[in-house]
Write a protein that binds this ligand. Sequence first.
Ligand code: SF4
Length: 436
Amino acid sequence: MRILLLLPDGRIHKVQLGSLTRSLREAPLTLTLLAALVPEDLQADLSLVDESISPVPAEERFDLVAISALTGTCHRAYHWADHFRSKGIPVVLGGVHVTLRPEEASAHADAIVTGFAERSWPRLLKDFAQGALQPRYHDPEPPLAGLPMPRRDLQERFGYMMPNTVFATRGCKGTCDFCTVPAAEFGFHKRPVQDVVDELRQIPARRIAFNDVSITEDRDYAKELFTAMIPLKKKWGGLCTTRIAHDDELLDLMARSGCRYMLIGFESLNAPALQGIQKGFNQPASYAEVMRKLHSRNILVQGCFIFGFDHDSPSIFEETVSLVDELRIDIPRYAIYTPYPGTGAYTRLKQEGRLLHENWRHYDTQHVVFRPARMSPEDLDAGFRWAHTRTFTLRSMLHRTLAAGIWFPVAFVGNLAYRRYMHRLQADPDRILVTG
Ligand code: SF4
Protein backbone atom coordinates (compact mmCIF):
# COMPACT_ATOMS: atom_id res chain seq x y z
CA MET A 1 0.00 0.00 0.00
CA ARG A 2 1.50 3.35 -1.03
CA ILE A 3 0.48 6.18 1.29
CA LEU A 4 1.24 9.89 0.91
CA LEU A 5 1.19 11.88 4.17
CA LEU A 6 0.93 15.56 3.29
CA LEU A 7 1.22 18.83 5.20
CA PRO A 8 0.04 21.70 2.96
CA ASP A 9 2.12 24.82 2.45
CA GLY A 10 2.65 27.09 5.46
CA ARG A 11 3.96 30.14 3.60
CA ILE A 12 4.81 32.12 6.72
CA HIS A 13 7.69 29.88 7.64
CA LYS A 14 9.20 29.28 4.24
CA VAL A 15 12.61 30.66 3.31
CA GLN A 16 14.62 30.07 0.13
CA LEU A 17 18.39 29.65 0.56
CA GLY A 18 19.75 29.19 -2.96
CA SER A 19 18.31 25.91 -4.20
CA LEU A 20 17.40 24.82 -0.68
CA THR A 21 13.97 25.56 0.76
CA ARG A 22 13.93 25.62 4.54
CA SER A 23 11.25 26.08 7.12
CA LEU A 24 12.04 28.57 9.86
CA ARG A 25 10.21 26.56 12.45
CA GLU A 26 10.77 23.36 14.37
CA ALA A 27 9.94 20.19 12.48
CA PRO A 28 6.23 19.45 12.97
CA LEU A 29 5.48 16.06 14.52
CA THR A 30 2.25 15.48 12.61
CA LEU A 31 3.60 13.46 9.70
CA THR A 32 6.32 11.55 11.54
CA LEU A 33 3.89 10.51 14.27
CA LEU A 34 1.20 9.47 11.77
CA ALA A 35 3.86 7.44 9.95
CA ALA A 36 4.85 5.71 13.19
CA LEU A 37 1.22 4.79 13.86
CA VAL A 38 0.77 2.92 10.56
CA PRO A 39 0.25 -0.77 11.49
CA GLU A 40 3.31 -2.83 10.57
CA ASP A 41 1.30 -5.68 9.08
CA LEU A 42 0.11 -3.36 6.29
CA GLN A 43 3.74 -3.13 5.08
CA ALA A 44 2.94 0.30 3.73
CA ASP A 45 5.32 2.32 1.59
CA LEU A 46 5.20 5.83 3.13
CA SER A 47 6.01 9.21 1.56
CA LEU A 48 6.08 12.23 3.88
CA VAL A 49 5.79 15.63 2.22
CA ASP A 50 5.73 19.02 3.94
CA GLU A 51 4.82 21.42 1.14
CA SER A 52 6.60 24.26 2.97
CA ILE A 53 9.89 22.65 2.01
CA SER A 54 9.20 20.04 -0.72
CA PRO A 55 7.08 19.89 -3.86
CA VAL A 56 3.96 17.72 -3.76
CA PRO A 57 4.33 14.63 -6.00
CA ALA A 58 1.12 15.52 -7.79
CA GLU A 59 1.43 12.99 -10.61
CA GLU A 60 2.59 9.99 -8.59
CA ARG A 61 0.27 7.10 -7.98
CA PHE A 62 -0.73 6.42 -4.37
CA ASP A 63 -3.32 4.09 -2.86
CA LEU A 64 -4.23 6.62 -0.19
CA VAL A 65 -3.46 10.28 0.53
CA ALA A 66 -3.78 11.70 4.06
CA ILE A 67 -3.63 15.48 4.51
CA SER A 68 -3.48 17.47 7.77
CA ALA A 69 -4.99 20.97 7.72
CA LEU A 70 -4.83 24.09 9.84
CA THR A 71 -7.31 26.88 9.13
CA GLY A 72 -4.73 28.97 7.26
CA THR A 73 -3.66 25.98 5.12
CA CYS A 74 -7.03 24.31 4.54
CA HIS A 75 -7.44 25.92 1.09
CA ARG A 76 -4.24 24.11 0.02
CA ALA A 77 -5.42 20.93 1.74
CA TYR A 78 -8.71 21.06 -0.17
CA HIS A 79 -6.88 21.85 -3.40
CA TRP A 80 -4.70 18.74 -3.08
CA ALA A 81 -7.59 16.62 -1.82
CA ASP A 82 -9.67 17.54 -4.89
CA HIS A 83 -6.66 16.94 -7.14
CA PHE A 84 -5.94 13.41 -5.87
CA ARG A 85 -9.62 12.46 -5.72
CA SER A 86 -10.02 13.53 -9.35
CA LYS A 87 -7.43 10.86 -10.14
CA GLY A 88 -9.44 8.25 -8.27
CA ILE A 89 -7.16 8.23 -5.20
CA PRO A 90 -9.03 8.17 -1.86
CA VAL A 91 -8.22 11.08 0.46
CA VAL A 92 -8.34 11.34 4.26
CA LEU A 93 -8.38 14.78 5.91
CA GLY A 94 -7.42 15.48 9.52
CA GLY A 95 -5.93 18.25 11.64
CA VAL A 96 -7.30 21.03 13.84
CA HIS A 97 -9.34 22.73 11.12
CA VAL A 98 -11.08 19.47 10.27
CA THR A 99 -12.05 19.06 13.94
CA LEU A 100 -13.41 22.63 13.93
CA ARG A 101 -15.19 22.35 10.56
CA PRO A 102 -15.98 18.65 9.94
CA GLU A 103 -18.87 19.15 7.48
CA GLU A 104 -16.83 21.51 5.32
CA ALA A 105 -13.85 19.11 5.23
CA SER A 106 -16.05 16.09 4.48
CA ALA A 107 -16.98 17.63 1.13
CA HIS A 108 -13.34 17.19 0.04
CA ALA A 109 -12.55 13.78 1.54
CA ASP A 110 -13.48 10.11 1.52
CA ALA A 111 -12.93 10.07 5.28
CA ILE A 112 -12.13 12.62 7.97
CA VAL A 113 -10.35 12.22 11.31
CA THR A 114 -11.46 14.54 14.13
CA GLY A 115 -10.14 14.82 17.69
CA PHE A 116 -7.02 12.70 18.27
CA ALA A 117 -5.53 10.32 15.72
CA GLU A 118 -3.53 7.90 17.88
CA ARG A 119 -6.24 5.21 17.84
CA SER A 120 -8.43 6.27 14.94
CA TRP A 121 -5.71 6.55 12.26
CA PRO A 122 -4.53 2.90 12.60
CA ARG A 123 -8.19 1.80 12.76
CA LEU A 124 -8.95 3.79 9.61
CA LEU A 125 -6.04 2.15 7.78
CA LYS A 126 -7.20 -1.34 8.72
CA ASP A 127 -10.72 -0.51 7.55
CA PHE A 128 -9.30 0.87 4.30
CA ALA A 129 -7.23 -2.28 3.71
CA GLN A 130 -10.41 -4.32 4.10
CA GLY A 131 -12.42 -2.07 1.78
CA ALA A 132 -14.54 -0.77 4.66
CA LEU A 133 -13.50 2.88 5.02
CA GLN A 134 -15.92 4.87 7.21
CA PRO A 135 -16.70 8.56 6.50
CA ARG A 136 -15.62 9.82 9.93
CA TYR A 137 -13.29 8.68 12.69
CA HIS A 138 -13.51 10.56 15.98
CA ASP A 139 -11.61 10.10 19.22
CA PRO A 140 -11.86 12.72 22.00
CA GLU A 141 -9.10 11.15 24.14
CA PRO A 142 -5.48 10.58 23.14
CA PRO A 143 -3.93 7.41 24.57
CA LEU A 144 -0.46 8.83 25.21
CA ALA A 145 1.30 5.94 26.99
CA GLY A 146 3.59 3.69 24.96
CA LEU A 147 3.46 5.70 21.73
CA PRO A 148 5.85 4.59 18.98
CA MET A 149 8.88 6.76 18.16
CA PRO A 150 8.00 9.30 15.44
CA ARG A 151 9.53 8.27 12.09
CA ARG A 152 12.11 11.08 11.98
CA ASP A 153 14.06 8.92 9.53
CA LEU A 154 11.39 9.74 6.89
CA GLN A 155 11.55 13.49 7.46
CA GLU A 156 13.33 15.87 5.07
CA ARG A 157 16.83 15.92 6.52
CA PHE A 158 17.85 19.54 6.13
CA GLY A 159 14.40 21.09 5.91
CA TYR A 160 14.04 22.62 9.36
CA MET A 161 15.89 25.02 11.63
CA MET A 162 15.22 22.54 14.42
CA PRO A 163 14.75 18.98 13.13
CA ASN A 164 14.24 17.17 16.45
CA THR A 165 10.86 17.92 17.95
CA VAL A 166 9.22 16.01 20.81
CA PHE A 167 6.10 16.45 22.90
CA ALA A 168 5.25 15.71 26.51
CA THR A 169 1.70 17.08 26.83
CA ARG A 170 -1.25 17.76 24.57
CA GLY A 171 -3.65 20.66 24.90
CA CYS A 172 -4.01 23.35 27.52
CA LYS A 173 -6.30 24.20 30.41
CA GLY A 174 -6.60 27.83 29.25
CA THR A 175 -9.67 29.39 27.65
CA CYS A 176 -8.17 32.24 25.61
CA ASP A 177 -10.90 33.35 23.23
CA PHE A 178 -8.80 33.37 20.04
CA CYS A 179 -7.16 29.99 20.56
CA THR A 180 -8.10 26.84 18.65
CA VAL A 181 -6.95 24.52 21.46
CA PRO A 182 -9.97 25.12 23.75
CA ALA A 183 -12.23 25.56 20.69
CA ALA A 184 -11.36 22.05 19.50
CA GLU A 185 -12.02 20.74 23.05
CA PHE A 186 -8.66 19.01 23.17
CA GLY A 187 -8.50 19.15 27.00
CA PHE A 188 -5.10 18.61 28.62
CA HIS A 189 -3.22 15.29 28.55
CA LYS A 190 0.21 14.09 29.67
CA ARG A 191 2.59 11.41 28.40
CA PRO A 192 4.27 9.30 31.03
CA VAL A 193 7.50 11.10 31.92
CA GLN A 194 9.50 7.89 31.41
CA ASP A 195 8.21 7.63 27.80
CA VAL A 196 9.40 11.18 27.08
CA VAL A 197 12.79 10.50 28.66
CA ASP A 198 13.19 7.24 26.71
CA GLU A 199 12.42 9.09 23.47
CA LEU A 200 14.89 11.87 24.32
CA ARG A 201 17.59 9.27 24.99
CA GLN A 202 17.03 7.79 21.55
CA ILE A 203 17.48 11.12 19.77
CA PRO A 204 21.21 11.41 19.09
CA ALA A 205 21.13 15.21 18.73
CA ARG A 206 21.83 17.41 21.73
CA ARG A 207 19.39 20.16 20.78
CA ILE A 208 15.67 19.45 20.78
CA ALA A 209 12.41 21.41 20.82
CA PHE A 210 9.17 20.64 22.65
CA ASN A 211 6.09 21.56 20.65
CA ASP A 212 3.69 21.45 23.62
CA VAL A 213 1.51 24.56 23.59
CA SER A 214 2.18 25.08 27.31
CA ILE A 215 4.80 22.76 28.76
CA THR A 216 4.51 24.11 32.31
CA GLU A 217 0.71 23.84 32.39
CA ASP A 218 0.78 21.13 35.09
CA ARG A 219 3.36 22.17 37.68
CA ASP A 220 3.92 18.76 39.28
CA TYR A 221 4.27 17.09 35.91
CA ALA A 222 6.68 19.76 34.66
CA LYS A 223 8.79 19.38 37.81
CA GLU A 224 8.97 15.62 37.36
CA LEU A 225 9.84 15.96 33.67
CA PHE A 226 12.53 18.63 34.12
CA THR A 227 14.12 16.70 37.00
CA ALA A 228 14.26 13.54 34.87
CA MET A 229 15.83 15.51 32.01
CA ILE A 230 18.77 16.91 33.98
CA PRO A 231 21.05 13.86 33.49
CA LEU A 232 20.33 13.81 29.73
CA LYS A 233 22.25 17.06 29.23
CA LYS A 234 20.07 18.16 26.30
CA LYS A 235 19.58 21.78 25.28
CA TRP A 236 15.97 22.50 24.59
CA GLY A 237 13.30 25.10 23.87
CA GLY A 238 9.53 25.20 24.14
CA LEU A 239 6.43 27.26 24.92
CA CYS A 240 5.06 28.39 28.25
CA THR A 241 2.98 31.20 29.73
CA THR A 242 4.05 34.28 31.69
CA ARG A 243 3.00 32.43 34.87
CA ILE A 244 6.41 30.76 34.87
CA ALA A 245 7.90 33.95 36.33
CA HIS A 246 5.97 33.47 39.56
CA ASP A 247 7.56 30.08 40.22
CA ASP A 248 11.29 30.27 40.98
CA GLU A 249 11.58 26.59 41.87
CA LEU A 250 10.15 25.50 38.51
CA LEU A 251 12.23 28.09 36.66
CA ASP A 252 15.40 26.81 38.29
CA LEU A 253 14.55 23.24 37.39
CA MET A 254 13.70 24.29 33.85
CA ALA A 255 17.10 25.96 33.48
CA ARG A 256 18.93 22.99 35.02
CA SER A 257 17.17 20.61 32.63
CA GLY A 258 18.80 22.45 29.71
CA CYS A 259 16.12 24.99 28.70
CA ARG A 260 17.70 27.61 26.42
CA TYR A 261 14.72 29.37 24.89
CA MET A 262 11.03 29.88 25.57
CA LEU A 263 8.24 31.22 23.40
CA ILE A 264 5.85 33.25 25.53
CA GLY A 265 2.54 34.78 24.49
CA PHE A 266 2.55 38.23 26.14
CA GLU A 267 -0.16 39.14 23.60
CA SER A 268 -0.73 42.72 24.79
CA LEU A 269 0.44 45.48 27.11
CA ASN A 270 -3.19 46.46 27.55
CA ALA A 271 -4.62 44.83 30.72
CA PRO A 272 -8.33 45.32 29.79
CA ALA A 273 -7.63 43.75 26.38
CA LEU A 274 -6.12 40.71 28.12
CA GLN A 275 -9.18 40.45 30.38
CA GLY A 276 -11.37 40.67 27.29
CA ILE A 277 -9.72 37.66 25.64
CA GLN A 278 -9.72 35.65 28.89
CA LYS A 279 -5.96 35.83 29.28
CA GLY A 280 -6.08 38.03 32.36
CA PHE A 281 -3.34 36.00 34.01
CA ASN A 282 -0.93 37.94 31.81
CA GLN A 283 -0.10 41.07 33.79
CA PRO A 284 1.70 43.74 31.79
CA ALA A 285 3.11 45.25 34.99
CA SER A 286 5.08 42.02 35.54
CA TYR A 287 6.49 41.60 32.00
CA ALA A 288 9.80 43.17 33.02
CA GLU A 289 10.06 40.64 35.83
CA VAL A 290 9.26 37.77 33.43
CA MET A 291 12.12 38.86 31.18
CA ARG A 292 14.52 39.46 34.05
CA LYS A 293 13.88 36.02 35.54
CA LEU A 294 14.33 34.18 32.25
CA HIS A 295 17.37 36.19 31.18
CA SER A 296 19.01 35.72 34.58
CA ARG A 297 18.84 31.97 33.91
CA ASN A 298 20.28 32.41 30.42
CA ILE A 299 16.98 31.59 28.72
CA LEU A 300 16.28 33.45 25.50
CA VAL A 301 12.72 34.70 25.01
CA GLN A 302 10.69 34.72 21.86
CA GLY A 303 7.90 37.11 22.86
CA CYS A 304 4.59 37.21 20.96
CA PHE A 305 2.26 40.21 20.73
CA ILE A 306 -1.12 40.44 19.03
CA PHE A 307 -2.66 43.57 17.49
CA GLY A 308 -6.33 44.29 16.90
CA PHE A 309 -8.05 43.70 20.24
CA ASP A 310 -11.17 45.76 20.85
CA HIS A 311 -9.28 47.88 23.40
CA ASP A 312 -6.46 48.66 20.96
CA SER A 313 -6.32 52.22 19.65
CA PRO A 314 -3.87 53.31 16.92
CA SER A 315 -1.26 54.13 19.58
CA ILE A 316 -0.89 50.43 20.41
CA PHE A 317 1.71 49.85 17.69
CA GLU A 318 4.17 52.46 18.91
CA GLU A 319 3.63 51.51 22.55
CA THR A 320 4.26 47.81 21.81
CA VAL A 321 7.38 48.44 19.73
CA SER A 322 8.79 50.63 22.54
CA LEU A 323 8.01 47.98 25.14
CA VAL A 324 9.66 45.25 23.07
CA ASP A 325 12.85 47.35 22.95
CA GLU A 326 12.64 48.32 26.59
CA LEU A 327 12.18 44.71 27.75
CA ARG A 328 14.98 43.48 25.43
CA ILE A 329 12.76 40.79 24.00
CA ASP A 330 15.27 38.64 22.19
CA ILE A 331 13.09 37.54 19.28
CA PRO A 332 9.79 39.49 18.99
CA ARG A 333 6.92 38.14 16.98
CA TYR A 334 3.77 40.03 15.94
CA ALA A 335 0.41 38.67 14.94
CA ILE A 336 -3.02 40.01 14.04
CA TYR A 337 -5.98 38.97 16.20
CA THR A 338 -7.61 36.17 14.23
CA PRO A 339 -11.09 34.77 14.95
CA TYR A 340 -10.49 31.15 14.00
CA PRO A 341 -13.72 29.27 13.33
CA GLY A 342 -15.11 27.65 16.46
CA THR A 343 -13.42 30.08 18.85
CA GLY A 344 -15.14 32.56 21.18
CA ALA A 345 -13.65 35.38 19.10
CA TYR A 346 -15.27 34.01 15.94
CA THR A 347 -18.71 33.63 17.54
CA ARG A 348 -18.62 37.14 18.97
CA LEU A 349 -17.33 38.93 15.86
CA LYS A 350 -19.71 37.02 13.61
CA GLN A 351 -22.68 37.95 15.81
CA GLU A 352 -21.58 41.57 15.70
CA GLY A 353 -21.32 41.44 11.89
CA ARG A 354 -17.63 42.35 11.98
CA LEU A 355 -16.09 39.52 9.95
CA LEU A 356 -14.87 40.81 6.58
CA HIS A 357 -15.12 37.34 5.01
CA GLU A 358 -14.66 33.67 5.76
CA ASN A 359 -11.93 32.98 3.27
CA TRP A 360 -9.83 30.77 5.56
CA ARG A 361 -6.72 31.35 3.45
CA HIS A 362 -6.32 34.67 5.25
CA TYR A 363 -7.03 33.26 8.72
CA ASP A 364 -3.34 32.88 9.46
CA THR A 365 -2.65 35.66 12.03
CA GLN A 366 -0.89 37.67 9.29
CA HIS A 367 -3.96 39.19 7.59
CA VAL A 368 -6.83 41.34 8.85
CA VAL A 369 -10.11 39.43 8.51
CA PHE A 370 -12.45 41.53 10.71
CA ARG A 371 -13.36 45.13 11.52
CA PRO A 372 -11.43 46.26 14.62
CA ALA A 373 -13.36 48.33 17.19
CA ARG A 374 -11.15 51.41 17.35
CA MET A 375 -9.46 51.62 13.96
CA SER A 376 -10.09 50.59 10.37
CA PRO A 377 -8.89 47.25 8.92
CA GLU A 378 -6.43 49.26 6.80
CA ASP A 379 -5.04 51.00 9.92
CA LEU A 380 -4.58 47.65 11.65
CA ASP A 381 -2.74 46.22 8.67
CA ALA A 382 -0.57 49.33 8.27
CA GLY A 383 0.25 49.37 12.00
CA PHE A 384 1.12 45.68 11.97
CA ARG A 385 3.52 46.17 9.06
CA TRP A 386 4.95 49.34 10.61
CA ALA A 387 5.69 47.47 13.84
CA HIS A 388 7.67 44.88 11.86
CA THR A 389 9.58 47.59 10.03
CA ARG A 390 10.54 49.39 13.24
CA THR A 391 11.37 46.29 15.27
CA PHE A 392 13.54 44.66 12.65
CA THR A 393 15.85 47.53 11.72
CA LEU A 394 19.46 46.42 12.13
CA ARG A 395 19.90 49.03 14.85
CA SER A 396 16.94 47.81 16.87
CA MET A 397 17.91 44.15 16.42
CA LEU A 398 21.45 44.79 17.60
CA HIS A 399 20.28 46.96 20.46
CA ARG A 400 18.00 44.26 21.84
CA THR A 401 20.13 41.19 21.25
CA LEU A 402 23.45 42.69 22.38
CA ALA A 403 21.93 44.31 25.45
CA ALA A 404 20.28 41.06 26.51
CA GLY A 405 23.40 39.08 25.62
CA ILE A 406 21.62 35.73 25.66
CA TRP A 407 22.72 33.29 22.99
CA PHE A 408 23.56 36.18 20.68
CA PRO A 409 24.07 34.18 17.43
CA VAL A 410 20.71 32.42 17.80
CA ALA A 411 18.88 35.60 18.80
CA PHE A 412 20.40 37.56 15.95
CA VAL A 413 19.71 34.91 13.31
CA GLY A 414 16.13 34.67 14.61
CA ASN A 415 15.77 38.44 14.17
CA LEU A 416 17.30 38.27 10.69
CA ALA A 417 14.72 35.66 9.73
CA TYR A 418 11.89 37.98 10.83
CA ARG A 419 13.57 40.89 9.04
CA ARG A 420 13.47 38.81 5.89
CA TYR A 421 9.85 37.99 6.58
CA MET A 422 9.14 41.71 7.09
CA HIS A 423 10.33 42.41 3.52
CA ARG A 424 7.95 39.74 2.23
CA LEU A 425 5.13 41.25 4.24
CA GLN A 426 5.73 44.70 2.73
CA ALA A 427 5.70 43.24 -0.78
CA ASP A 428 2.56 41.14 -0.23
CA PRO A 429 -0.04 42.43 -2.74
CA ASP A 430 -2.82 40.42 -1.13
CA ARG A 431 -3.25 42.15 2.25
CA ILE A 432 -6.97 42.70 2.85
CA LEU A 433 -9.85 40.85 1.22
CA VAL A 434 -13.16 42.61 1.65
CA THR A 435 -15.32 39.75 0.48
CA GLY A 436 -14.74 36.01 0.65
S1 SF4 B 1 -3.36 30.78 23.91
FE1 SF4 B 1 -1.94 29.45 25.08
S2 SF4 B 1 -2.64 29.64 27.21
FE2 SF4 B 1 -4.34 30.35 25.91
S3 SF4 B 1 -5.64 28.53 25.58
FE3 SF4 B 1 -4.21 28.67 23.84
S4 SF4 B 1 -2.50 27.37 24.41
FE4 SF4 B 1 -3.64 27.80 26.29
